[in-house]
Design a protein around this ligand. Structure first.
Ligand code: SPV
Ligand code: MG
Length: 431
């Protein structure tokens, strides 16, 4: 009997999947693949049910004779292993980044003479509703909040991009690329104090207060499902900090990062060019302890950000503070640097890892931007934050358009660089 292989990356079996399975069974014995969590996250969205649940869900379907786990989005290994006579897939992968998977399947089937069967994808209101329901579920505070901790256990490094509005949130949510034989997307969003302030035309000195920052968080929460890490600056007065921890946790924010500075905070990338004061270890630890004490779930993370390297206080100071902050309850450490190369960050991570094998490390490679995610992960980094690149790319693009319209007294010349009206309209989801 011929064998037929179909891979599923879904949390629910709906009518469309059932149609596909029925069609597959016409060609022979059906082997179903379940895409593993790590690849689900890169390719699709975060699973709302466990892999064990997804396996059982397929095992319960009478037409399926066997279920296997597919560990890579591309089919090289699984097809070499199973050598099915047919691969069955919906025909909705012919455009966009998914077409790379289709091409990969074709190449691998050709190696041994297997065939691809494409089943017309079922589009109907019911399926759209199911899809919307999963997305809505992912956006709910209870489900979104804990996802950062879960991601830390699934992906080699949590890739986080700066967002400061609903629109930038959509970019973080929806951008998927095909490269190096796989698909990729961002795992989480960073709401930067620098970019949130800049978007409002204000300096990054805690002038944009928490009420206003929370408004930005809500705009992002409204249109996305990915976890949020909020830049909480110094956290302010301990008496205020505890209230903000409660509010942000309740909203579904996954983590806040508080930096060990005090007084008038200036952006770290100024380094020692401006007057900035580092908090005492005792006072900052008291702030961390107070925050940890008031949070109500195990999901929410308070991450301690160390400014010793920024303020040129030395590696020893950074490491001593890291130890004290972890002991005070910090869920992770962010080490910041404004050096052009990652040497001091690597040195910190290597030493920190000797003492703390499990405490996550967060980095922001803005100035040492040649470093790759792979290199950071090798030194034990768990979260990389691209902290300001969307803002910095948007500003020159907008300024260029403004200059072009002024210079030409019309918008015609600028238009070739612009997104079409049709595309900008379809970018926004409608209910
Ligand atoms: C931010 O993005 O606001 C940060 C990171 O705090 S940095 O600008 O490098 O200080
Ligand atoms: Mg900041």
């Amino acid at each position: 009997m011929s064998t037929v292989y179909a891979c599923f990356c879904t949390d629910i079996i709906h009518e469309g999947h059932k149609n596909l399975i029925k069609k597959a069974a016409e060609y022979g014995e059906v082997i179903a693949g379940v895409l593993c969590d790590r690849e689900m996250v890169r390719y699709n969205r975060f699973p709302t049910v466990s892999i064990e649940h997804r396996i059982r869900m397929l095992e319960d379907i009478p037409e399926i004779s066997r279920v296997v786990v597919q560990n890579e989005i591309m089919y090289d290994k699984i097809l070499a292993e199973l050598k099915p006579d047919y691969v069955v897939h919906g025909d909705n992968w012919q455009g966009g980044p998914e077409s790379a998977i289709r091409a990969n399947v074709a190449i691998n089937l050709a190696k041994y003479g297997g065939k691809l069967i494409e089943v017309p994808y079922t589009y109907n209101e019911e399926i759209k509703k199911i899809d919307d329901r999963i997305r809505d579920k992912l956006a709910m505070p209870e489900l979104r909040r804990g996802r950062l901790k879960k991601l830390l256990g699934i992906v080699p490094i949590v890739k986080t991009i700066e967002v400061h509005s609903g629109l930038t949130g959509l970019i973080a949510e929806k951008t998927v690329v095909e490269h190096d034989g796989g698909l990729d997307q961002f795992d989480a969003m960073w709401i930067s104090s620098l970019c949130d302030s800049t978007a409002k035309g204000k300096p990054d000195i805690e002038l944009v207060d928490m009420s206003s920052r929370i408004r930005t968080v809500e705009d992002v929460l409204d249109v996305t499902t990915k976890p949020i890490i909020l830049d909480a600056d110094t956290g302010g007065l301990i008496e205020h900090f505890v209230y903000n921890v409660r509010t942000l946790e309740r909203m579904g924010v996954s983590a806040i990062i508080v930096e060990d500075k005090t007084g008038l905070k200036k952006n770290s990338l100024f380094g020692t060019e401006v007057k900035q004061t580092q908090d005492t270890v005792e006072h900052f630890c008291a702030k961390l302890r107070a925050g940890k004490k008031v949070q109500r779930t195990d999901d929410f993370m308070i991450i301690a950000r160390i400014e010793s390297l920024i303020l040129e206080k030395g590696m020893e100071d950074a490491l001593n503070r890291a130890k004290a902050y972890v002991e005070a309850g910090a869920d992770a450490i962010m080490i910041h640097s404004r050096k052009k190369d990652p040497a001091e960050v690597f040195a910190f991570c290597d030493k920190f890892r000797q003492e703390f094998a499990k405490v996550p490390i967060v980095v922001v490679p803005t100035s040492y931007n040649q470093v790759t995610e792979g290199e950071l992960a090798e030194h034990g980094v768990n979260v990389v934050i691209y902290a300001n690149q969307l803002t910095r790319s948007a500003f020159p693009a907008m300024e260029g358009t403004a200059k072009s319209i002024l210079a030409n007294h019309r918008a015609y010349e600028a238009d070739k660089n612009l997104m079409s009206i049709k595309d900008i309209i379809s970018l926004i989801d409608t209910l």
